[in-house]
Ligand binder design. Structure first.
Ligand code: IDP
Ligand code: MG
Length: 135
């Protein structure tokens, strides 16, 4: 079923010149990129994006990291776009992510795991609204 998801190339990915690698893999999978934006998040926006994690011990560090430099936000569309992009990304912990996935191939630390992808179509629409609000 066609759906939309929000993908971020996190600040570590931008710093490491991996924007093109992330985009190439999304396109190779057969998904469409329909919006794209580079920006540095303020803390308030980062806290809205990661609201579900507000009570986690790593929340403050996560906000520090995601606001630490420019990121690239993408709207990705296609059949089962949430599951397809989560497969391309690999598991949250890069040491558990399979080789061939972005996190498996390019990351070692859970706190700097290169990419974000929405975990459900509903969360995708919520997160898209944060990065690409309706005019
Ligand atoms: P996801 O990015 O694979 O959806 P989530 O559980 O939603 O993973 O966590 C959001 C982000 O928070 C992760 O991508 C990771 O950067 C960070 N994170 C998750 N768990 C931990 C942890 O135990 N320690 C430090 N950072 C974490
Ligand atoms: Mg998540």
């Amino acid at each position: 079923m066609a759906e939309r998801t929000l993908i971020l190339v996190k600040p570590d990915g931008v710093r490491r010149r991996l924007i093109g690698e992330v985009i190439a893999r999304i396109e190779a999978k057969g998904l469409d990129i329909t919006r794209m934006q580079m920006r540095t998040l303020d803390r308030e926006t980062a806290e809205r994006h990661y609201a579900e994690h507000v009570d986690k011990p790593f929340f403050a560090g996560l906000v520090d990291f995601i606001t630490s430099g420019p990121l690239v936000a993408l709207i990705v569309e296609g059949d089962d776009a949430v599951a397809a992009t989560r497969q391309i990304m690999g598991a949250t912990n890069p040491l558990e992510a399979t080789p061939g996935s972005l996190r498996g191939d390019f990351a070692t630390a859970i706190g700097e795991n290169l990419v974000h992808g929405s975990d459900s179509p509903d969360n995708g629409e919520r997160e898209i609204g944060i990065f690409f609000p309706p005019a």
